[in-house]
Design a protein around this ligand. Sequence first.
Ligand code: BG6
Ligand code: MG
Length: 215
Amino acid sequence: MNNIKACIFDLDGVVVDTAKYHYLAWRRLSEELGFVFTEEHNERLKGISRMDSLNILLEVGGKSFDEETKLALAQRKNNWYIEYITKMREDETLPGVREFLKYLRENNIKISLGSVSKNSMIILNSIKLIDCFDAIIDGNKITNAKPDPEVFLKAAEALSVKPHECVVFEDAIAGLKAAKIAGMKCIGVGSSEILHEADKVIQNFENLDMSILDF
Ligand code: BG6
Ligand code: MG
């Protein structure tokens, strides 16, 4: 018998493909700092917090700065990133997401966002998806980034459900780990080779039905 009452969605890489905008902004920063940051390097930043991402970028470039300078650099990158995401349109929502969220609501499944991004509200506004969520837990409401389970536990609490009644949709390994630590089921979105820790893996949200929530 299926006891799932809620679904929690990561944002970047699950609902929208923002990795390309993160990349453009990080690359611009690396260029200013005088080194090359490739798309392959950018893969390492998926699911990682903004400051942890900056630390990886600086490690790639062999640079080190004091904390104050690092905060200014992260802010600089974020200003460019915001320029991109404020221009996003509804049709940048990944295939099947909008339909699946509507379908879940029709089937009385509660829905929360569970993202470490502090820009979640800007993105959801741009793609006009805010109304599809019963709760939104983002980087502004948590202290510990994934793989810490805080973001998902807060989502369950906001929806008044128990962790074992939740399914998390995630594209990043750090997110899958967080879901597992939270005691939740997790469905990887992307490649099963990379996301082998997930209970199930899907390529996208097209043509899903309630059986996806059977474990
Ligand atoms: C995650 C992204 O969702 O959010 C990471 O996968 C990003 O790449 C992180 O660094 C933090 O995002 P933001 O928008 O707060 O800089
Ligand atoms: Mg993600």
